[in-house]
Design a protein around this ligand. Structure first.
Ligand code: NAP
Length: 326
């Protein structure tokens, strides 16, 4: 059984796959695949271990319908046409939970960095413009006992809520399609309407998956409903906010600041006006980028492949329907 590892993973996981009897084909370090290259490379393999970057669309599954499984090393799978995979009877797995703490840490880091203008002030130092702290200029704001609004209180949202509550005593409000009773119990989260979330939050943090329902949800109309003192944080997917509208909302003072780990498009171009705004911090999609978390993600993906190779259900399958079709 052959597996193509399309983007590098820790060596220990590749070794484990060899020990499990896989013939492992690893892409060259840093390889960015075109769709056509990936389709061609998959012709002679049985499994694909894949991370974001190259989209696995209907055309991919049409030409790779022989695959016996696709293991993703991400929790988000908006880059995969899961319906097309299901149609081809190919199980697809993701890596939930193991990256929640690392990603919540990045959301918290962005909240703090933006609220204290730390990114902007550090950049001044880099440019030789050490200004120190004046009595009234360039002051930050504090997070203590403020209201954190979470759009998408699932695994990562809850991990952030725990931090915000313990460290800053923040009040947690949230909007999901369904109530999250566990989170309500654990962090006293209060379920509110989407409009109430916009109107009441001092910080709004995005943790939904990207879907037709969430795409462009944070647009000019949404930003206008937020407090002028509000901080907008997105560590989920860049397409959930409208970047032009966000830039205008910040420039016109409709909201106070923004912290982004995800942008639209990625990579963000270096001349993007957001990068020169004082109350903005942009990171290059590093939510899960720690040695510990990336290792756990690779191990989870490998376990899914081993299960599929042994004719078992992938533990983290996202299209379980395929098993009813077999
Ligand atoms: P999760 O546990 O599934 O949580 C997602 C939450 O969003 C759920 O509570 C869900 O609740 C809510 N939701 C979904 N659609 C919604 C809608 N239309 N309106 C309102 N709420 C909605 O997922 P997770 O593990 O926390 O991951 C969340 C996302 O983070 C991933 O999909 C991924 O895109 C992103 N992520 C980014 C990084 C990074 O490196 N920056 C790392 C990991 C993950 P309901 O179903 O009740 O609506």
């Amino acid at each position: 059984m052959k597996v193509l590892i399309s983007r590098n993973i820790p060596d220990t996981t590749a070794v484990r796959l060899v020990e499990e009897g896989f013939d492992v084909i690893t892409a060259e370090k840093g390889k960015i695949w075109t769709s056509e290259e990936l389709i061609n490379a998959c012709q002679n393999v049985d499994f694909l271990l894949h991370r974001g970057g190259t989209v696995l669309d209907a055309n991919f599954f049409l030409h790779c319908s022989h695959l016996k499984g696709v293991a993703l090393t991400s929790v988000g799978y908006n880059h995969v046409d899961v319906a097309a995979a299901t149609k081809a009877c190919i199980p697809v797995s993701n890596t939930p939970d193991v990256l929640s703490d690392a990603t919540a840490d990045i959301a918290l880091l962005l909240m703090l960095t933006v609220s204290r203008k730390a990114f902007f002030r550090a950049n001044q130092v880099l440019r030789g413009e050490w200004k120190g702290s004046g009595a009234t200029e360039d002051l930050g704001v504090e997070l203590y006992r403020k209201t954190l609004g979470i759009f998408g209180l699932g695994r990562i949202g809850l991990a952030l809520a725990r931090r915000a509550k313990v460290i800053y005593g923040m009040e947690i409000i949230y909007y999901n399609r369904h109530r999250n009773v566990e989170a309500e119990r654990e962090v006293d989260a209060v379920y509110v309407s989407f409009d109430e979330l916009l109107e009441r939050s001092d910080v709004i943090s995005i943790h939904t998956n990207l879907s037709p329902e969430t795409e462009d949800r944070f647009n000019a109309a949404a930003f206008r409903k937020m407090k002028k003192s509000a901080i907008f944080i997105n560590t989920a997917r860049g397409k959930i906010h409208n970047e032009v509208d966000l830039t205008e909302a910040l420039a016109s003072g409709d909201i106070w600041g923004a912290g982004l780990d995800v942008t639209n498009p990625e990579p963000m171009l270096p001349d993007n006006p957001l990068l020169n705004m004082p109350n903005v911090c942009v990171l290059p999609h590093i939510g899960s980028a720690t040695m510990e978390t990336r290792t756990k993600m690779a191990v989870m993906a490998a376990n899914n492949l081993v299960a599929a190779k042994n004719g078992k259900r992938m533990p983290q399958v996202v299209n379980a329907e395929v098993y009813k079709m077999k």
